[in-house]
Design a protein around this ligand. Structure first.
Ligand code: ZN
Length: 122
């Protein structure tokens, strides 16, 4: 069958909604595992390890942060896997701080890393 109209595509989606959602979720998880193995599974700032919360939903405690962009153009995993060098893994807490440092103090990624090293070494 072909999707000649938007209506066709919509009907197909509605008919197979559960399966499509399940498949999308599986793909996301697969991409995430791949990204963790390339980028790492620890927060680059505080070194805490990513955990997966609430089994079933598979929500991660950490997220990928795009180091050269203030706003994340896209959160798509395929984009992250295409340009893994542009991303680091951070926990939610540090992620918030990174954006405060970037947005309020206008620090760039190199300056944030320097600050992290200073804080670590006392
Ligand atoms: Zn952290």
């Amino acid at each position: 069958m072909g999707w000649r109209t938007k209506e066709d595509a919509k009907n197909y989606y509605l008919k197979n909604k559960e399966w499509i959602k399940k498949r999308q979720h599986e793909l996301q998880q697969e991409y995430r595992r791949k990204a963790f193995s390339i980028i790492g599974d620890r927060c680059i700032i505080c070194d805490s390890k990513n955990r997966t919360k609430s089994i079933g939903k598979h929500r991660n405690t950490h997220c990928f942060h795009e180091i050269y962009g203030k706003s994340h153009k896209t959160n798509s995993m395929s984009y992250i896997l295409k340009y893994p060098k542009r991303f680091v893994l951070v926990c939610r807490q540090c992620h918030k701080w990174i954006h405060v440092l970037m947005d309020v103090f206008n620090l760039n990624w190199e300056e944030i890393k320097l600050l992290r090293d200073k804080l670590r070494n006392g």
